[in-house]
Design a protein. Structure first.
Length: 409
């Protein structure tokens, strides 16, 4: 078995334009990829029904768990393995000490760690609790069980956050009311959590993100320097019907660990985060809480410029009388986008083109999606190529400075 504690002597060479940033890079989209055989050791026996349901889904042909017999995190850290070995087999897939070795190997200072399979599907069960066709073997109060699983995962996030500061797990901040969300956030901040993931396809706590009932939450998180983030997930509530996807051209596409990979879904995955950003900006959330930072990953980045332009175009231009002058924003909507929003793009996106067309070089962030397949096999090189011709200052923003807003000291 390869030595699980030492990286190979062959050091990964950063692409030339970003070589000066070695050890400073902020990676704004990573995941844990814990083998299912390690779940119970980590989360306790309560995770057993979820694990059984996922393994049974594989028996029915969905193959949600790709490597059910894998038991460790011992793949050697090499130039090849870091970017080309994916999911549970990747080096540093779930062992935090080894993840930090991988980060050192690739010149990364800090990394956001979004949920892995267990919490992703705990959230999926929460969303599908009323649909008995999903995870048929899980019976009883399915929503309560999903909440319990998310609480267990959140406690793990707190433990990992207390033990070190370079890998930042994202706790799931999901509950039925704004008040319950505030209480949950208070407890988790006190335990050490530094990042909170929202379900961006549904109103948080059943109310608009701009509702005054959520101001105590935004105030708490801003004061604690805890950004809030959204990530694509198995969550399909924004569009009440999926009939749009019911056509031959969208059939037969692979179902990923987090979302369907058909063209209809991939082309509209930005809608939920675009709606969330728009609601928070126009609803004055960032006026009232200027230090609050909202980030997102895997929703693409092409929508940032057009949304900001559209909000600027329409905000305050209505010819009709209004009694809402007291809520008038202090800044243009686009200025809140620049100040309060950070967007992690896919490695295949033309980030340089987005900047050429609309600016917002202060918004876009480097992201590897490590160790997921969507991160590609050369994420750093892909980002550098997409930014070809851009200045050292712009490259530093994308790889270092912009991500710091989501991974503050």
């Amino acid at each position: 078995m390869p030595d699980s504690t030492q990286a190979t002597s062959t050091k990964y060479q950063l692409p030339g334009p970003i070589a000066p940033f070695a050890g400073l890079i902020n990676d704004t989209d990573g995941h844990e990829a814990m083998p299912i055989r390690r779940w119970e050791d980590t989360y306790g026996a309560e995770v057993r029904p979820l694990a059984a349901a996922l393994l049974n889904a594989g028996n029915e042909g969905e193959a949600i768990i790709q490597h059910p017999d894998l038991d460790g995190d011992d793949t050697e850290i090499t130039v090849e393995s870091v970017w080309k070995v994916k999911m549970e087999k990747a080096p540093g897939s779930y062992d935090i000490k080894r993840r930090i070795e991988v980060m050192d190997f690739t010149g990364v200072h800090r990394q956001i760690m979004y949920p892995g399979i267990a919490p992703i599907y705990a959230h999926a069960l929460y969303n599908k609790a009323d649909d008995p066709r999903v995870f048929r073997s899980i019976t009883g109060d399915r929503k309560a069980y999903a909440h319990r699983l998310m609480d267990i995962y959140n406690d793990w996030c707190a433990r990992v956050s207390r033990e070190q500061d370079r890998v930042r797990p994202t706790a799931l901040l999901i509950d039925e009311t704004p008040e319950a969300m505030v209480e949950k956030a208070k407890k988790l901040v006190a335990k050490g959590v530094r990042l909170f993931m929202l379900a961006t396809d549904e109103p948080p706590g059943g109310v608009s993100p701009a509702s005054p009932r959520l101001d105590p939450l935004w105030s708490l998180l801003a004061a604690a320097k805890c950004p809030v983030v959204g990530h694509i997930s198995i969550s399909e509530k924004l569009l009440a019907t999926l009939e749009w996807r019911n056509a031959p051209a969208f059939k037969g596409w692979m179902l990923g660990a987090e979302f369907s990979l058909d063209p209809w879904t991939l082309t509209n995955i930005h809608l939920q985060i675009q709606n969330y950003v728009m609601t928070m900006v126009l609803g004055g959330v960032f006026d009232r809480h200027p230090d609050l930072v909202l980030g997102c990953a895997e929703f693409t980045g092409h929508w940032v410029g057009p949304l900001a332009e559209n909000m600027d175009r329409f905000y305050g231009r209505t010819p009709f009388p209004s009694s809402q002058s007291h809520t008038k924003l202090k800044l243009k909507p686009s200025e809140y986008v620049r100040r309060n929003l950070r967007v992690a793009c896919f490695d295949f996106e033309p980030v340089g083109t987005y900047i050429d067309r609309y600016g917002f070089e202060d918004v876009f962030c480097y992201a590897s999606d490590f160790p997921h397949h969507e991160g590609g096999k050369d994420p750093m090189g892909s980002f550098v190529r997409s930014l070809e011709g851009k200045s050292h200052e712009v490259l530093r923003k994308v790889f270092v400075d912009n991500g710091r807003a989501l991974l503050p000291d």
